[in-house]
Design a protein around this ligand. Structure first.
Ligand code: ADP
Ligand code: MG
Length: 475
């Protein structure tokens, strides 16, 4: 009797889940639907060609093992790829998140400090004249941990942030120094830590401040003779999150003040979180004594997200917007936008806006149109024709031979190398690359890529050819 295909696939999923990380599992396995099981062939439905190729490229060994375990040696797996051209869902309504909303669950806290004759100290965040010191944390609830997608790119920083949030000032991560290039989540993570601390410890005073604002407050305070208020305000906090600390560069006065604040807080077991565009060792025009303090705790960086994380980020944002976007559009966006998460958001917002304003369905065509305008193109787009041209020139093979059936050694090699570069430099699927290189199937392309990679590892001469060709292609 045939086994129940749903049960079989469920057992497979259990094995798979134990072998890969949660995020990969969610990205690549949760969307799969089991379809049928006939004569030991399990058919699963995957959302797209791209999806199928990704599984074949990255998870084939695991899949094979799992199928064998569940179905025995005769067991096989077949894919059914969803080809869906009927994506004309009705346009969605736009719901732009209110990023400036400042209200957190916890109201601002009044601090019992008596500094001036009129029993107040001046709060640098508020316009002079206010009577009581109200510490508003300046945190933006949108930037929570719930909205911060975990990936290899941010695992350490995120984990450290969570550790701090459950024990602010009490871990060895003090200061926590988070650094990265722009748009990779420093500000988001800084807020997330603050928000979580406030949730865990409502009575703690937490302040988030951008370094530029901090500098300006200091300048104003000094000019108006409120220098002491400024210092006292910051020294009485339980957690200080100072964003973009590299802007202290060259600002000696503020550096001195911050040195005092830092020492006071650190000595009192208060938590300090700093973000920067560089690690402490590479920062310039910052006093040595400050730099050395930045190294007291943990410095953790945020990297560019990998494809899986980008897809997860897209999915999270889409979910938060309460809209639906076809899987192929998400794939297209996530493979096209690679550098920076801010660009991901920009593209998504443009896409939603275009769809709403022009009453168009969100589909691949619209996504391509939007990306053309909103994502910076690299200097020159490297396309498959150009790659073939460079490779053929290099090996002195007539370009039309690539598309021919010939199996002559030098043509086969040129074809394989062209396939390899097309895979690395373009966003084409393996199937598409195969089609352009002599009407081969995706497995041939995959094989070509592996062959080139293997040769590069074992044959130095070959490696140097590839490196030279790569230079020419990039030029
Ligand atoms: P940075 O301060 O490093 O320039 P931001 O924190 O401003 O970067 O991040 C840019 C945008 O990307 C923000 O809107 C943020 O919400 C989003 N973002 C960054 N990292 C993540 C993540 N891991 N998950 C979800 N969104 C993220
Ligand atoms: Mg920032």
């Amino acid at each position: 009797m045939e086994k129940d295909f749903v049960k079989v696939w469920d057992s497979c999923l259990k094995v798979i889940q134990d072998n890969i990380n949660l995020q990969s599992f969610k990205t690549w396995f949760e969307p799969i639907k089991p379809l049928k099981l006939e004569n030991d062939v399990l058919t699963i439905q995957v959302p797209s060609q791209f999806f199928y190729e990704w599984l074949e490229e990255h998870y084939i060994t695991l899949l094979k093992k799992t199928i064998k375990k569940e179905l025995g040696n005769e067991g096989r797996l077949e894919y059914s790829i969803v080809v869906d051209n009927t994506l004309s869902k009705s346009p969605v309504t736009i719901k732009v998140p209110t990023k400036n909303s400042k209200d957190l669950k916890n109201p601002p806290i009044s601090l019992p400090v008596n500094i001036n004759e009129d029993n107040t100290i001046r709060n640098p965040f508020i316009i002079p004249g206010l009577k009581k010191v109200e510490v508003h944390s300046q945190l933006n609830p949108i930037y929570s941990f719930d909205n911060f997608v975990e990936g290899d790119c941010n695992r350490l920083a995120r984990a450290a942030g969570l550790a701090i949030a459950s024990n602010p000032g009490g871990t060895s991560f003090n200061p926590l120094f988070i650094y990265s290039k722009v748009g990779l989540g420093k500000t988001h993570l800084g807020h997330a830590i603050g928000i979580k601390i406030k949730n865990n410890f409502p009575n703690k005073t937490v302040v988030y401040v951008e370094t530029n604002k901090f500098v300006q407050q200091y300048v104003d305070a000094t000019r108006n003779g409120h220098h002491n208020d400024f210092i006292h305000f910051y020294q009485m906090l339980d957690t200080l999150i100072l964003d973009d600390i590299h802007f202290l560069s060259g600002k000696e006065g503020t550096q001195n003040i911050f040195f005092d604040v830092f020492n006071h807080l650190h000595r009192s077991g208060k938590q300090i979180v700093l973000t920067s565009d560089k690690p402490p060792v590479e920062m310039q025009n910052i006093e040595q004594r400050l730099l050395s303090r930045f190294k007291w705790g943990l410095a953790a960086d945020l990297q560019s997200p990998d494809l899986e994380t980008r897809i997860a980020i897209f999915e999270k944002k889409i979910y938060n917007e309460g809209i639906e976007i076809p899987h192929d559009v998400i794939e297209y966006l996530a493979t096209s936008i690679t550098a920076n998460i801010r660009e991901i958001e920009g593209a998504l917002i443009s896409l939603i806006a275009q769809s709403t304003l022009n009453k168009k369905a969100i589909n691949l065509a619209l996504a391509k149109q939007v990306l053309d305008v909103c994502v910076k193109k690299s200097a020159r787009e490297i396309n498959i024709d150009y790659i073939q041209k460079v490779v053929c020139e290099y090996f002195n093979v007539p370009p039309e031979m690539i598309g021919s059936k010939t199996r002559k050694r030098e043509v086969v090699q040129a074809r394989q190398i062209a396939m390899y570069f097309s895979k690395n430099f373009t966003k084409l699927s393996l199937a598409m690359i195969g089609l352009h290189c002599g009407n081969k199937d995706h497995a041939t392309v995959l094989h070509a890529c592996r062959t080139v990679n293997n040769l590069m590892e074992t044959d130095r001469q070959f490696k140097s050819y590839i490196e030279e060709i790569e230079k020419k292609i990039r030029n």
